[in-house]
Design a protein around this ligand. Structure first.
Ligand code: HEC
Length: 152
């Protein structure tokens, strides 16, 4: 790529606009909220994932029963990249089509609601989970069977 004179001139604002899109390697440094993890994300994981990804069973070599275990990832390494929900394998598997073989939780299990998926996406993106979304996501754990609560 040709180096533009504005960049040479030290126009830092312009430089950002010419930066290549971030890849896994140069993902923005994002710190995920520990309080949103314990108040919103952990209850979802405990209810829908930990039976297979916790102390009793460790499917895919992935544990989801603590912040640190979740950050560590599984047999394929990191399950997600903080700040990059678009490249995060864990989210990809949660958002798959209901018929997809790789869907998580597996299709015979109770599925995540739209609000629960959105809460996970927001958290991995590094944004605070809005209170209303947090509430809908957690309410969805009480309802049985879990179903799409996006329009409630
Ligand atoms: C009924 C058991 C079961 C439940 C519940 C379950 N999983 Fe899994 N999960 C598996 C199995 C088995 C594998 C390994 C095979 C595979 O990768 O499909 C796996 C693998 C994974 C992997 C890939 C790990 C790697 O490094 O390759 C991710 C990510 C994942 N699960 C996320 C989740 C999330 C998030 C939830 C809850 C929303 C969940 N799983 C709930 C059984 C389960």
């Amino acid at each position: 790529m040709r180096v533009l004179p504005t960049l040479l001139g030290g126009a830092c604002l312009a430089a950002a606009a010419f930066a290549a899109p971030p890849t896994r390697k140069d993902a923005p440094k994002v710190t995920l909220s520990r309080s949103d993890f314990s108040s919103v994300i952990a209850p979802i994981l405990d209810a829908r994932c930990v039976s297979c990804h916790g102390p009793k069973k460790v499917k895919g070599k992935l544990r989801l029963d603590s912040y640190d275990a979740m950050m560590k990832g599984g047999k394929n390494g990191a399950a997600f990249v903080p700040g990059r929900p678009d490249t995060s394998m864990l989210l990809a598997r949660v958002f798959l089509h209901p018929g997809a073989g790789d869907l998580m939780p597996p299709k015979e299990e109770k599925q995540l609601t739209e609000a629960q998926k959105e809460a996970m996406y927001t958290w991995i993106e590094g944004r605070p989970i809005p209170a209303a979304l947090a509430k809908t996501a957690k309410d969805g754990l009480k309802a049985a069977p879990a179903k799409d609560d996006a329009n409630r």
